[in-house]
Design a protein around this ligand. Structure first.
Ligand SMILES: [Zn+2]
Length: 429
C-alpha cells in the first residue's frame, strides 16, 4: 500500500471476512456503546435473564417483563383508538387495534421462551393510554359484556391470571370516575368481572410492600430479586419495612376539581435483581400548581425513596409536568426509557432536566419507543437519543451483573434487532 507521500507501508495480508469484521468493529467503536446487529432476530428469554420489553405501538404504554424464573408480568396496556394530528402513526400499522399488537407481541415473546400466559397485569393508573380507549364501535369480546381495547384485547390473546390496579374494588378514590374516562373504566370493570368469573383474581395495589409482585416459579434460585411497591394514591413507602405515609391532604371539604389528579394517583414500583435496579411510575408528575400545592409533587418523593437505578422510565411520557430536577437527581440512571406517542413526548423542559450534568454527572443514554418526527425540529435535544423508534428491550444478564439494550423493529412482527447497546456494567451500590 502506498501512502499519500509516497512511502511504502507494510500491511499484513488479511482475508475479506477479517476486513469486513474489522470495519464493523471500527464502525461500532465510533458509535460509542452501540453495536449494530441488523437482521438478527432477538434471542428467546432463558432462565436467569430478566427481560423488560417496552412495546412500541405509537398508541400508549405497555411493558412486558419476563422475570428470571419465568414469572411474567405486564405493566399497562394502553391503546388509543382516536386519530388526531398529535399522535404517532400506529406501529406496525393500522390494520389491527393497538391492543391486538400488544397481545400478539406478548404471545410471541412468551412462546419463544417456552412460557404461556401473563402471571400478573399491573395498571399504573386509570387512563386510556395505559388501559385502552373505549369506542362504541369496537368489537365485543367473545361471550359479550365488554369491548376489545388495550388490556381487554391483550387478555383475549394471552390469558392473564391476576390483575392489580390502584382502585379495586370500588374505584371511588379520590372520586368516582367521570367523563371522559367513565366509559372505558366501565368497560374495564365489566372485563374484570368477566375475568373473575373465569378464575382470575383482582387486587388493589399495596404501597410499601415487596410481596405483591413475587417470583412464582423458583424464588429461592434468585434471592436478590425484588419488586418494591413505592407509591399509589399518594400513599408512599417510607423506606422502613413496608411502612407508608400519606402525601395528599385530607380530601374532606376539598372541592372535587382540586382533588389529586389521576396522574398524581399513579402506582410506581422499583425492581431489583442483583446490582440492577429499575424504576417505572406511570404518569406521576412533579408540578405543584405553581407552588400553591407542594403535595402535588409526587414524583420527587417517589424517586427519593426509590434511590438510584440503572434504568428509569420517564414519568408521564416526558411531558412538561414531569422529569423534574428531584426525579433526575434521585434516580440518576444510566439509561432512560421514554414511552412516547404524542407530539409533546417529550417537552423541551423535561429533556433539559434529563440531560443536565448539574443534576448528576454520570453518562446517560435515552431511548424512546416512538418519537413524532416533528420533534427533531421542535425539540432539538431529541437528536441525542440513542434510539427514537422501536421496541426498547432491556436484557439483564443472569445475576444482575450487567445489562444491554436491544431495539427491535416495530415495522413488523419479525423480532428483528435494529441496534444493540451495551453491555452496561453495574457497580455495587
Ligand atoms: Zn399516560
Amino acid at each position: 500500500m502506498r501512502c499519500a507521500w509516497g512511502r511504502v507501508i507494510m500491511v499484513p495480508m488479511i482475508t475479506r471476512r477479517e476486513f469486513l469484521r474489522a470495519g464493523a468493529v471500527l464502525a461500532a467503536s465510533l458509535r460509542g456503546p452501540s453495536l449494530f446487529a441488523a437482521d438478527e432476530s432477538f434471542s428467546a428469554w432463558k432462565p436467569g435473564l430478566l427481560d423488560i420489553h417496552h412495546i412500541s405501538t405509537g398508541r400508549g404504554n405497555s411493558t412486558l417483563m419476563i422475570l428470571p424464573d419465568g414469572t411474567t408480568m405486564m405493566v399497562d396496556a394502553g391503546a388509543l383508538q382516536r386519530n388526531t394530528p398529535y399522535l404517532v402513526d400506529e406501529k406496525p400499522d393500522a390494520s389491527r387495534r393497538p391492543g391486538e399488537w400488544l397481545g400478539r407481541y406478548a404471545k410471541r415473546q412468551l412462546e419463544a421462551a417456552g412460557l404461556s400466559g401473563i402471571d400478573v397485569f399491573m395498571n399504573t393508573h386509570l387512563h386510556d393510554d395505559h388501559l385502552g380507549e373505549f369506542a362504541p364501535d369496537l368489537p365485543e369480546a367473545p361471550g359479550g359484556g365488554y369491548r376489545l381495547t388495550g388490556i381487554t384485547d391483550v387478555a383475549n390473546i394471552v390469558p392473564v391470571k391476576r390483575f392489580v390496579d390502584r382502585a379495586w374494588p370500588d374505584y371511588s378514590y379520590p372520586a368516582p370516575a367521570s367523563a371522559p374516562f367513565a366509559p372505558f373504566i366501565k368497560n374495564y370493570r365489566a372485563f374484570l368481572a368477566a375475568q373473575v368469573k373465569q378464575g382470575s383474581t383482582v387486587e388493589r395495589f399495596q404501597p410499601g410492600v415487596n410481596t405483591q409482585f413475587r417470583l412464582l416459579k423458583k424464588p429461592a434460585a434468585y434471592g436478590s430479586f425484588e419488586i418494591r411497591n413505592l407509591i399509589a394514591n399518594g400513599e408512599i413507602w417510607t423506606g422502613q419495612g413496608s411502612a407508608t405515609k400519606k402525601l395528599f391532604p385530607d380530601l374532606t371539604g376539598m372541592k372535587p376539581e382540586d382533588f389529586p389528579s389521576e396522574n398524581c394517583c399513579s402506582c410506581a414500583i422499583r425492581l431489583k435483581y442483583g446490582r440492577f435496579a429499575y424504576y417505572t411510575g406511570g404518569d406521576l408528575p412533579s408540578a405543584t400548581n405553581y407552588g400553591k400545592d407542594p403535595w402535588r409533587d409526587v414524583e420527587t418523593p417517589a424517586a427519593e425513596v426509590c434511590g438510584p437505578v440503572a434504568v428509569a422510565v420517564f414519568n408521564h411520557h416526558g411531558y412538561y409536568d414531569a422529569e423534574g430536577p428531584g426525579y433526575v437527581r434521585a434516580l440518576r440512571p444510566r439509561v432512560f426509557v421514554e414511552l412516547a406517542w404524542d407530539s409533546a413526548h417529550p417537552t423541551v423542559n423535561s429533556l433539559a432536566n434529563v440531560y443536565s450534568k448539574s443534576l448528576y454527572s454520570g453518562e446517560r443514554d435515552v431511548f424512546a419507543t416512538a418519537l413524532k418526527p416533528e420533534l427533531k425540529i421542535t425539540n432539538k435535544r431529541t437528536s441525542d437519543f440513542k434510539s427514537s423508534n422501536g421496541h426498547v428491550v432491556v436484557r439483564v444478564a443472569e445475576g444482575g451483573e450487567s445489562f444491554r439494550i436491544f431495539i427491535l423493529t416495530n415495522a413488523d412482527e419479525s423480532n428483528r434487532i435494529t441496534a444493540t447497546f451495551g453491555p452496561y456494567p453495574l457497580r455495587s451500590s
